[in-house]
Design a protein around this ligand. Structure first.
Ligand code: HBI
Ligand code: FE
Length: 266
């Protein structure tokens, strides 16, 4: 991980890359920017977020006015699904990331974007990580999948297959869509926290929406700097859990020698 290119303060991070959140250090201006981000998404999520995300955010008080206090959130989260939040300076190396997930800890970045990054940010900040990822950790099936994903990540490192597994994370946890009784909805954190892509991923006719297909996902490249050309749609978190239950070792072995697909490939 080229930490030099990252903006967070890694100097006080522990071996597991955990830092203190230092909630008192957030300024009123930062809380106000966070509130504006929250208010923008609050208009969109009733129409585009999956029901599980909506149910979870409704149960979290005080998270719309100020940057959430991770310690208080973790107390609630532990009681719900046994997960907790680990404050981190930003992106952390794969092994640390997978190890946290495999111990039911979700890394949440402690810093907030700058006002000029209101519409787009490259690295995940506290708004992306909290608003996009944390509510679904209150859903038992989703949380169990992420726990399995973390253990699978450590195994993928041993098998030199992290690139394929990272695509699974990208097309589910970050940019996944799900069927619901009311139609297709977003559950991916990159979608839920995005001012523009949240409506685009459901409404726009340009991107293709493919049924969840593990091997296709593992072979499909992705771009981090633009809206997705392809979304994969699960039927439910139980469906995602079932589809990713098998041992990936033989799949990695088979896919390793096959060409990948461009993000927009039909
Ligand atoms: N670190 N803080 C943080 N958040 C992530 O989502 C993250 C990471 N490090 C590695 C990583 N994601 C990817 O390698 C995985 O998605 C595979
Ligand atoms: Fe994310």
């Amino acid at each position: 991980m080229a930490e030099a290119a990252l903006r967070g303060d890694y100097t006080r991070a522990g071996a597991d890359y955990a830092v203190e959140q230092d909630w008192a250090a957030y300024t009123d201006a930062e809380h106000a920017l966070y509130r504006r981000l929250f208010e923008r998404q609050a208009k969109l999520v009733p129409h585009y977020a999956c029901p599980e995300w909506q149910a979870a955010i409704a149960g979290l008080e005080g998270v719309s006015e100020k940057i959430p206090h991770f310690g208080r959130l973790s107390e609630k989260l532990r009681r719900a699904t046994g997960w907790e939040i680990v404050p981190v300076p930003g992106l952390i190396p794969d092994e640390a990331f997978f190890t946290h997930l495999a111990n039911r800890r979700f890394p949440v970045t402690v810093w907030l974007r700058k006002p000029e990054e209101f519409d787009y940010i490259v690295e995940p900040d506290v708004f992306h990580d909290f608003f996009g990822h944390v509510p679904l950790l209150f859903d038992r099936t989703y949380a169990d999948h992420l726990y399995e994903y973390g253990k699978g990540g450590l195994k993928a490192m041993r098998l030199d297959a992290v690139k394929m597994l990272a695509r699974l994370y990208w097309y589910t946890i970050e940019f996944g869509l799900t069927r619901t009784k009311a139609g297709i909805r977003a559950y991916g954190a990159g979608l839920l926290s995005s001012g523009g892509e949240l409506a685009y991923c459901v409404d726009d006719p340009r991107p293709q929406r493919r049924p969840f297909d593990l091997e296709r996902i593992m072979r499909t490249e992705y771009r981090i700097d633009r809206y997705q050309d392809t979304y994969f749609v699960i039927d439910s978190f139980e469906h995602l859990m079932r589809e990713t239950a098998p041992d990936f070792t033989p799949i990695y072995a088979r896919l390793k020698s096959l060409p990948s697909f461009r993000p927009d490939e039909k």
